[in-house]
Design a protein around this ligand. Structure first.
Ligand code: GLU
Length: 262
């Protein structure tokens, strides 16, 4: 039992690789399933916040570009386009279950500035009181490299701390943290529970993830470290089967569970 049965306020983070096909187009089947599960958890009385990546990736797909551009203005533009498409799709799917969504685009400077941070927290609190499902992304059109979180793993931990969440669930394209790289080493085993993120654990993270996503395992471990240090249990699990989220909140072991420290 993972102790998540009673978690009330939950932040989910979903990565670009879980939301899009290799073509760069949205994976509607995946998104529809994820939305249904989150809407259902909301019906069950949980407060749900979704940190969703995909703005740049979906924008690139929509513009028909062969790959993610390397220059910042093109990425900014792609984010403007993709964010719109993402929110349209989320809003459409959540509406099917009578759920209202609200978009919050955040930059690091918003969180670091006391007044804007307080405003952000107010907006979150009010949306949750209204039963709305806030959907968060970094404001990629204005948060250029030097001032950006850069990856939504980090951002999701920040959001979890801002709203004092009970749990953070990071959905990705692998089953969790393994003892070795499962793509290249067949002896690699999934680590079901991590009590403490030591340098040895961090060394298991390897390099970057897919070409569509940003962070890879290391940024997820950093997020887990920040969240668990703030008393927020964190799970890294595969986003390909969103219904597994039910098992998690029934208390079963799914993916890798990082125990909250306080
Ligand atoms: N904010 C970026 C986007 O929506 C994604 C960052 C990430 O992949 O973590 O495209």
């Amino acid at each position: 039992m993972n102790g998540l049965k009673d978690a009330k306020k939950i932040v989910f983070k979903v990565g670009t690789s879980s939301l899009t096909y290799a073509t760069g187009k949205t994976n509607l089947r995946r998104m529809a399933l994820l939305v249904r599960v989150l809407a259902d958890l909301s019906n069950a009385g949980k407060d749900i916040v979704l940190v969703s990546s995909g703005a740049i990736g979906v924008g690139v797909g929509k513009l028909g570009l062969a790959e993610k551009p390397s220059d910042i203005p093109s990425r900014q533009a792609a984010a403007c386009i993709g964010q719109c498409e993402l929110m349209f799709t989320y809003d459409k799917f959540f509406s099917e279950y009578g759920k209202i969504t609200g978009q919050l685009l955040i930059t690091k400077s918003d969180v670091e500035n006391d007044e804007r941070r307080a405003n952000l927290i107010n907006a979150f609190d009010k949306m949750l009181q209204f039963g709305v499902i806030p959907i968060i992304n970094e404001n990629d059109s204005v948060a250029v490299e030097e001032i950006a979180y850069g990856d939504n793993d980090n951002l999701s931990a920040t959001v979890a701390k801002l709203i004092d969440a009970d749990a953070l669930v990071i959905l990705t394209d692998t089953d969790g943290l393994f003892t070795a790289n499962p793509q290249t080493d067949e002896t690699a085993m999934l680590i079901p529970v991590v009590n403490e993120i030591t340098p040895e654990i961090e060394a298991l993270a390897g390099g970057r993830g897919s070409t569509r996503g940003t962070g890879g395992m290391i940024t997820k471990l950093h997020a887990a470290k920040a969240a668990t240090a703030a008393g927020i249990s964190t799970v890294i699990m595969n986003g390909s089967a969103p219904e597994d989220i039910y098992k998690l909140f029934d208390g079963h072991s799914v993916g890798t569970f990082f125990k909250a420290k306080v």
